[in-house]
Ligand binder design. Structure first.
Ligand code: BEZ
Length: 213
């Protein structure tokens, strides 16, 4: 299948998961979503990743974002491995993990990169907006565990920039100043950004984050 690109609709699917059969679009409802793959059950990096994600539940909830994991192992393996994740990471895994033994979903989302590993998924991440469109993709190799703080940071930026005429500069974190979108004239910016803005160059204008008091 063609590579999924930003702005494409996230392909729908029905899959067996650790929380029963799920239709992806129905499960997303009006939420944002994160769909992420990991190479295999009973592997060390994946164990820390899934434990970390379950500890971030409150952070994902605050962002109206549901999370679903995937690997090509079976349901019985997932369910047994979750016990190890809970024990070693001191948590309770509380999101569905797809058992993609037939590689249906990993095929749809191009999560197997044969020149890296012919059988297992790489560490793919898809952030899906409340309009079911793909907002972000990141791919990591098996040997590099993901930074889930970065994922939360990116979701903050995606949600902010969807609703306000700003973009977020390098190393931005929630609360930092933003840049005014180039499509907004400085005249219009005066009314759109009542907190004011600093014009460093006509194309580089900084304003306090608009959705904060
Ligand atoms: C891991 O999750 O630890 C892992 C999986 C596949 C290759 C290397 C590391």
């Amino acid at each position: 299948m063609a590579t999924l690109r930003l702005g494409d609709e996230a392909p729908n699917f029905t899959a067996q998961t650790t929380e029963g059969e799920i239709n992806f679009h129905e499960w997303l409802g009006n939420s944002w979503g994160v769909l992420f793959s990991h190479p295999a059950d009973y592997t060390p990096v994946c164990t820390t990743e899934l434990g970390t994600v379950s500890k971030y539940t409150e952070e994902f909830n605050k962002r109206n974002t549901k999370v679903m994991a995937l690997s090509v192992d079976g349901l019985a393996s997932h369910k047994d491995w979750i016990k190890d994740i809970n024990e070693t990471q001191a948590t309770t895994v509380n999101f569905p993990i797809i058992a993609d033994e037939d590689r249906k979903v990993s095929g749809l989302y191009d999560m197997i990169h044969p020149n890296a590993d012919s059988k297992h998924t790489v560490r793919s991440v898809f952030v899906i907006g409340d309009d079911k469109k793909i907002k972000l993709t990141i791919t990591y190799p098996a040997s590099t565990g993901r930074n889930f703080d970065e994922l939360l940071r990116v979701i903050d930026s995606l949600q902010l920039t969807q609703y306000h005429s700003v973009a977020t500069p390098a190393n931005w974190n929630n609360g930092d100043d933003c840049v005014i979108a180039p499509s907004i004239s400085s005249e219009d910016a005066k009314t759109k950004f009542p907190k004011g803005f600093k014009e460093l160059k006509p194309y580089l204008r900084m304003t306090p984050q608009p959705n904060l008091n």
